[in-house]
Design a protein around this ligand. Sequence first.
Ligand code: SF4
Length: 229
Amino acid sequence: MSHCRRCPRLVAWREEVARTKRAAFADETYWGRPVPGFGPADAALLIVGLAPAAHGANRTGRMFTGDRSGDVLYQALYDIGLASRPTATAADDGLTLYGVRITAPVHCAPPANKPTPQERDNCRPWLVDELRLLAPTLRGAVVLGTFGWQAVLPAFAAAGWHVPRPRPAFGHGARTTLRGEPGALDLFGCFHVSQRNTFTGRLTPAMLREVLSDAATAAGLPVRPKRPR
Ligand code: SF4
């Protein structure tokens, strides 16, 4: 996957950003390629975002690593005992996830964080492959935002789960159970950890911890008692 060039617009953008860089990272070598899922291949819980950020994952080569969205997500995972550290700064920073994997339905950074429906569909086979890899152990998923929700349902269907019709609607706190050949899986909706949501308080750390805790518990992972912050 790291050599995929199926989306010409995204290939051009990820490489242009890697060439021109942001001034603060001028002396770094950007990843500038598709960003793979991060976390163990036998995870019980999957977190699904949107796409790599231009100067975050597209720079560091690891999902949600090196930007403000990732700061919020990894702090929450650390708070409930599912990550070894509260920060994610570089692919070699030693961060380990416990029973959790993080991925996105689009693996290359899109301009303005907005992939097209065609680009989402182009990238679906990679997500389906990842779901098939995880299927023997996967029991829960948290989807961050509407785009991810709409992208992931057909991928779950292609990987062997039964997705009800009409499709379950996205919402913060939405919860539905998918059944099928790989076993039952609880799917949770959560507002995206974007700066727009976290800066405005639409998504607070407590709200994020609550959804992640509920999903981890449903997936059979041990969760540390929530710490008020
Ligand atoms: S977004 Fe997905 S399908 Fe498109 S070029 Fe990147 S890895 Fe390939």
